[in-house]
Design a protein around this ligand. Structure first.
Ligand SMILES: [Zn+2]
Length: 405
């Protein structure tokens, strides 16, 4: 397409040259026309790579289809988008150009996806920020305000976030102050089970599942126990002793919940993960460290036992993976930032109380964008050299030669 465009511009330019060769006036005009074409071409390439390419690529994604027919569902499916690890750079480690580039890419990808796919709800599974664990109050305010501007959304779409280790620090760095400012910034203080269209999403602070009895850990365990009780009561609504055991419990929809957290449940490594955006062969050799790369075995078993989820979605590893815990699938969502991988993606989920279907949507790869810029730069350079040589040749050809004395 680019070659065609440049070819067209060249033909037009040649026609202009032919119409009035050699005069000083026309030479100046030709230079101006060439400069105009040159700038237009740069603008077109830039506009495509920085704006249109996101629409062009995401347009190819479609919501998945549920296995069961629509009659089998109690309500219309919920369209949910899941992404993770946006890692907005902070003031300590973030170079201004790196920040500008990555944030522009994520903003355009997110806004294009919202416009094209119109999800009902979006979940971001932690590590929204790179330096939330270190940020002073001013830097934190700045990061949150940039995040809210990039991930702005229309009123009919909800955005819900889960906390990650880069937002509040690993267990040993996490303080109540950091956790509260995160919860306040994203209005998470009251709602830890999100219920929409008969579907329960349980949001877990997986950084607090250390199991060492720390204050934050105890609060998180209490929250999980409370949700577990609510779910049990909701499932056993028709049993005899319901009133005695569950009289004051706030009931949830009876269907099994979807568990959303930052750390994946325990797995030994990514060696079993497949797909073009799974970890590299070298990374797959590395054994995971419990409570650092993944949850501990103990915490993972407890979560599965207490919540009995039908689906788990997690982030943190920056690479894709699908594993099964018994018959419960867990999807690890890769990072949404080009800083962390060449081919970021997000998951599109069509979910009802009874069923769900998931589909991955890839964003443009960074290699493609760099390739387009490189080819365009070479074409521009060659075109500039050619035009310069052509104008000089024509000038020398039509300049009257001095008569010999
Ligand atoms: Zn993380």
């Amino acid at each position: 397409m680019l070659r065609l465009l440049l070819g067209y511009l060249n033909i037009a330019h040649m026609a202009m040259l032919k119409s009035g060769l050699g005069t000083k006036k026309n030479c100046l005009l030709n230079r101006s026309v060439f400069l105009l074409k040159f700038l237009s071409f740069i603008f077109l390439v830039f506009f495509f790579c920085e704006f249109l390419v996101y629409y062009f690529v995401i347009f190819q994604c479609a919501w998945p289809e549920l296995r069961s027919t629509s009659k089998a569902h109690s309500s219309a499916p919920l369209k949910a988008m899941f992404l993770s690890d946006t890692h907005l750079l902070g003031e300590i480690r973030g170079h201004w150009f790196d920040k500008l580039r990555r944030e522009w890419q994520m903003e355009r990808a997110y806004q294009s996806a919202l416009w094209l796919l119109q999800p009902d709800i979006v979940f971001i599974l932690g590590d929204l920020f790179d330096e939330g664990k270190w940020s002073n109050p001013k830097a934190w305010e700045n990061d949150v305000s940039r995040f809210q501007s990039m991930f702005r959304h229309p009123p009919q779409t909800e955005l819900i976030v889960v906390v990650g280790n880069h937002d509040v620090g690993f267990h040993y760095e996490m303080t109540e102050y950091k956790l509260k400012r995160f919860e306040k910034a994203f209005n998470l203080t009251f709602e830890k089970v999100v219920t929409r269209k008969g579907i329960s999403f349980v949001l877990v602070n997986s950084v607090a599942l250390e199991g060492d009895g720390c204050v934050i850990c105890r609060a998180e365990e209490d929250h999980i126990l409370k949700v577990s009780r609510q779910l049990n009561c909701s499932r056993n609504k028709n049993q005899l002793e319901f009133g005695k055991k569950c009289g004051k419990v706030h009931l949830l929809p009876p269907s099994a919940p979807i568990l959303l957290q930052h750390y994946p449940l325990y797995r030994a490594s990514d060696s079993e993960c497949t797909g073009e955006d799974s970890a590299s062969p070298e990374e797959k050799q590395v054994q995971f460290i419990e409570k650092y790369d993944v949850l501990s075995q103990d915490a993972s078993e407890k979560l599965l036992q207490l919540l009995q989820p039908r689906l788990i979605l997690s982030g943190h590893t920056h690479s894709a993976c699908t594993v099964f815990h018994g018959d419960v699938p867990e999807i690890s969502i890769p990072s949404f930032s080009w800083r962390n991988r060449n081919n970021p993606s997000f998951i599109m989920g069509l979910i009802t109380a009874e069923d769900f279907a998931l589909q991955k949507c890839f964003l443009p790869t960074e290699n493609t964008v760099i390739y387009i810029y490189s080819v365009a730069s070479i074409m521009l350079l060659l075109s500039a050299v050619f035009q310069f040589a052509l104008i000089n040749t024509l000038k020398s050809f039509y300049t009257p030669k001095e008569k010999p004395v």
